[in-house]
Write a protein that binds this ligand. Structure first.
Ligand code: NAI
Ligand code: NAD
Ligand code: ISE
Length: 344
């Protein structure tokens, strides 16, 4: 059965996901698109040669019988409204991170899904589908390095636009680590503290860059995560888990090594689209496969989106206070028990 998919938001990642569904993946067809910028939506239909209708807004798109599922790829502040409308219409929804920009907004989505009585939502935390992270998780689950004690990681972007603010280092960027790290070690976060080292001259006046976030889990694992979004040299994601018996490290993306002009080296990627291209393919294919037959999505849940938002709120508070801030999640609702722990 072909899954008819509507896309809400045809910007950078909306177009990427449309391209992969139309050209690379199987079982899905883009039948509807919308964007607040209607010209952008029309251009996408034309450029990809889609057999799809352009609708004026998310609600009109969701009212169509020819849509089984939607991808929400608009900018973050618009996600909550579209996801709630999709649940209300009983449609499956794949939502890019963040699920909503506030913990309260994520909680409203969780409550709407619980009321509906079945999981409809998957959140775009694609790193859980990356083969490197999957290998790390297997090694940790099998206690290859004994008990994990510490994690050191880095999230570096070559540059960001003027509109990127200090809190976005958490809500837009670190949010990927926030999701993948608690999944990796099967533990919950307890507290967070944020430090600002000497500022890079490449960062805009209003942006604190780089930043170092220290997270502690209930089990006592200490995580240090560097966020550096004007590092210039590349898009670089690092993760090293230090255990009682050894260390496991995220593999570098495969690339040829070279010797040229008295230099020996390998290239570093520059674009997030390339770094996780296989993981994006896998997460969307998994979503299509899971929901096509009427089943529930198997990827990161609305509750995972909520965990990320609560943790991000505490991180932003810690940016402002300089103090150690507690992270309190509350009880996991029954609908999400035993879900989305491993895509291995
Ligand atoms: P973008 O700005 O390129 O695209 C957003 C699009 O949404 C624009 O075309 C805009 O006109 C449209 N839009 C905004 N509000 C809308 C609304 N209410 N209804 C319909 N369309 C609306 O942004 P980008 O980079 O594509 O990011 C989109 C989302 O994807 C964000 O939530 C972002 O966090 C996420 N993202 C995730 C990545 C990942 O690695 N998983 C990577 C990049 C983005
Ligand atoms: P973008 O600005 O390129 O695209 C956003 C699009 O959404 C724009 O075309 C905009 O017109 C449209 N839009 C905004 N509000 C809308 C609404 N209410 N209804 C319909 N369309 C609306 O942004 P982007 O880089 O594509 O990012 C979009 C989302 O994807 C963000 O949430 C971002 O965090 C996420 N993202 C995730 C990853 C990832 O690695 N998973 C990478 C990039 C972006
Ligand atoms: C972007 O929205 C993403 O999700 C990328 O994965 C991340 O590296 C970048 O910092 C964000 O702006």
């Amino acid at each position: 059965m072909t899954l008819n998919i509507g896309v809400i938001g045809t910007g950078a990642i909306g177009r990427e996901h449309i391209r992969r569904i139309a050209r690379n993946l199987s079982g899905g067809k883009i039948t509807a698109v919308t964007d607040v910028n209607q010209e952008a939506a029309k251009a996408v239909v034309e450029n990809f040669g889609l057999d799809a209708q352009v609708y004026p807004d998310d609600k009109t798109l969701l009212a169509q019988g020819g849509v089984d599922a939607v991808l929400v790829t608009s900018w973050g502040p618009a996600h909550e409204q579209s996801v709630l409308a999709a649940i209300e219409a009983g449609k499956y929804v794949f939502c890019e991170k963040p699920l909503a920009t506030t913990a309260e907004g994520c909680r409203r989505i969780v409550d709407a899904e619980i009321k509906h009585g079945k999981r409809l939502v998957q959140v775009g935390f694609m790193r859980r589908y990356d083969s490197g992270y999957v290998q790390l998780k297997r090694a940790i689950d099998e206690r290859f390095i004994g008990e994990p004690l510490m994690i050191r990681c880095a999230h570096r972007n070559p540059e960001v636009g003027e509109g990127y603010t200090t809190d976005m280092a958490i809500t837009d960027t670190l949010i990927h680590e926030i999701d993948v790290l608690h999944w990796l070690v099967n533990d919950d976060y307890k507290s967070v503290q944020v430090a600002f080292p000497k500022k890079s001259r490449h960062a805009s006046g209003h942006l604190g860059d780089p930043q170092v976030v220290t997270l502690e889990t209930h089990g006592g694992i200490l995580i240090t995560a560097e966020i550096f979004v004007n590092c210039r040299y590349g898009y670089d994601i690092q993760c090293e888990v230090i255990g009682e018996e050894g260390i496991v490290k995220l593999p570098e993306p495969a690339s040829i090594s070279f010797r040229k002009d008295a230099t020996q080296g390998t290239s570093v990627l520059m674009d997030w689209k390339d770094r996780f291209i296989d993981a994006y393919d896998r997460e969307i294919q998994d979503f299509i496969d899971a929901v096509s037959g009427g089943g529930e999505p198997q990827g990161p849940t609305a509750w995972d989106g909520y965990i990320a938002a609560v943790t991000a709120d505490a991180c932003v508070k810690a940016q402002q206070s300089g103090a150690r801030e507690e992270i309190e999640l509350g009880e996991k609702p029954a609908l999400y028990e035993g879900r989305a722990l491993s895509q291995a």
